[in-house]
Design a protein around this ligand. Structure first.
Ligand SMILES: [Zn+2]
Length: 478
């Protein structure tokens, strides 16, 4: 019994009972490989969103108070007012904001189903102790079910692209399982192949496994890309995870670069930017995560090297003051590429509206008018900037003819948001994930009327619940 009087084992058993007991036998994630996406997903038809408030995030096109978006076979073919669209199916956009889907740029999807084990008010049950300990017991099937649960939430919240920061790749099979979950849900994204939880810092990452995943999965139909996530780096103490030695950094990063793959790195704790720059390791293929403790000199280095920085507002705002503050204003002022990320959903949600709102609030609190931050700039951070960060802005991030159709419709009549004046103001100040009505990824309508069109919500929840209960039992978790 814990201090709130809830028996943890009983809660887990209840979750497993709800889930109907044992896991289904056999692999659920089929064959890996290119071109296999979307077998059970809706097709890419031809349709036109009519009469919506259209926010394109393309400065050359602008916005439309009442506009249309015409999509054919996954491609945006036209954006404008009263478009002629022939026999295209009409999606009624009246009472909706039509905008690019949200783009996450750093998310540990493998931890999604650990929720019943985590607490925000008990350090022993915090995100890190739970994920560090349980991660060692993951099977590929666990990875699949946890990632799929997180992706389902992502879609429901209006995300159309994620950067799956997979730092528990225990075998190439685990990587294939996570990629299968991305493929099967129809999500666009980058898979960042990482180490495994508990791996010694002196051991290089599995570059052979990485190369195999690249051979088997890349290139595909354009939905999924590949990179690596690095373990922490630096020449100062890092109490959370430790740092890998410079020779291992060179092996891991060099191996990724030899395959043409980008690199992402947490900078939690003391900043490693000067250290990395002196080692000549920074370049435009590097994304850093958590901009909390950078100096003006380091921000200059980042701008010059073309390094991007991903901000995870909800998780970062939970850290103690000594961990630093979210430096969005400083990064924008220095001209560093920035983007927005969810981080994890173990103890909070995928909620881009909350992320934008929180960033605005903290910016006002700390910096205010010295660095102007508009609602539109925040929507750009949550959409187009993410595509730029992930190197896929030619494909997604704005409603631009020729780009793939990754777009969402947000209801403007719901009680928490209506009546809507300026749409950007409504999105940043008022909207919630529950207002997301329709989600379209690569021309496939994956959510309509706030419900999945193909994914089986009940099955995803049932299998994730059963898997985490079985995992906790295997790990003797109590
Ligand atoms: Zn992270």
């Amino acid at each position: 019994m814990n201090r709130n009087g809830i028996d943890r084992r009983a809660a887990l058993k209840a979750a497993a009972g709800l889930a109907g007991g044992a896991l289904a036998p056999g692999s659920l994630f089929g064959q890996p490989g290119a071109g296999a996406s979307g077998k059970s997903l809706p097709g890419r038809g031809e349709f036109v969103v009519r009469g919506a408030t259209v926010l394109t995030m393309d400065s050359a096109i602008g916005d439309f108070a009442r506009g249309d978006v015409h999509v054919s076979n996954g491609v945006i073919v036209a954006v404008g007012a009263e478009l002629a669209s022939g026999a295209a199916t009409v999606l009624d956009g009246r009472g909706m904001i039509c905008m690019p889907g949200f783009i996450d740029t750093h998310w540990h999807l493998w931890t999604s189903f650990l929720r019943p084990l985590m607490r925000i008010d008990d350090a022993r049950r915090g995100y890190f102790p739970v994920s560090n300990r349980l991660g060692r017991f993951y099977t590929p099937e666990d990875s699949y079910r946890s990632v799929r649960l997180g992706l389902a939430e992502a879609l429901a919240a209006g995300a159309t692209t994620v950067h799956n920061w997979a730092h528990n790749v225990r075998s190439p099979g685990h990587a294939a399982a996570e990629l299968s979950a991305m493929r099967d849900t129809g999500m666009r994204g980058r898979f960042a192949y990482g180490p495994a939880q508990g791996m010694p810092n002196e051991q290089p990452m599995d570059l052979d496994g990485l190369a195999r995943i690249q051979r088997e999965w890349m290139p595909n139909d354009g939905m999924l890309t590949l990179g690596i996530c690095s373990r922490n780096v630096g020449n100062t103490a890092n109490v959370l995870r430790g740092n890998i030695p410079l020779e291992i950094v060179r092996k891991d990063w060099g191996g990724a670069r030899a395959l043409g793959l980008p690199i992402t790195l947490h900078t939690s704790g003391p900043s490693p930017i000067t250290f990395l720059d002196e080692a000549k390791l920074l370049g435009p293929d590097v994304q850093l995560v958590h901009p909390l403790l950078t100096t003006p000199e380091e921000r200059q280095i980042l701008r010059e090297r073309g390094v991007s920085y991903s901000i995870s507002p909800v998780g970062e705002s939970r850290r103690p003051a000594s961990a630093g503050v979210m430096q969005l204003g400083e990064l924008l002022e220095a001209g560093v590429k920035v983007s927005m990320s969810i981080d994890h959903t173990g103890t909070f949600n995928c909620d881009f509206f909350e992320c934008m709102r929180l960033l605005y609030n903290l910016h006002q609190h700390r910096i205010g008018a010295r660095v102007l931050l508009t609602a539109k700039r925040l929507v750009q951070l949550a959409t187009l900037d993410g595509a730029v960060d992930l190197g896929i802005a030619e494909r997604t991030g704005s409603l631009t003819p020729g780009k793939r159709a990754d777009l969402i419709l947000v209801r403007t009549g719901d009680i928490n948001i209506t009546p809507v004046g300026d749409p950007y103001e409504a999105l940043v100040s008022l909207a919630q994930p529950g207002n997301v009505d329709t989600v379209i990824v690569d021309g496939r309508i994956l959510r309509r009327g706030g419900a999945f069109t193909a994914l089986d919500h009940a099955q995803i929840v049932k299998e994730a619940s059963a898997a985490v209960a079985a995992l906790a039992s295997r790990a003797n978790w109590n």
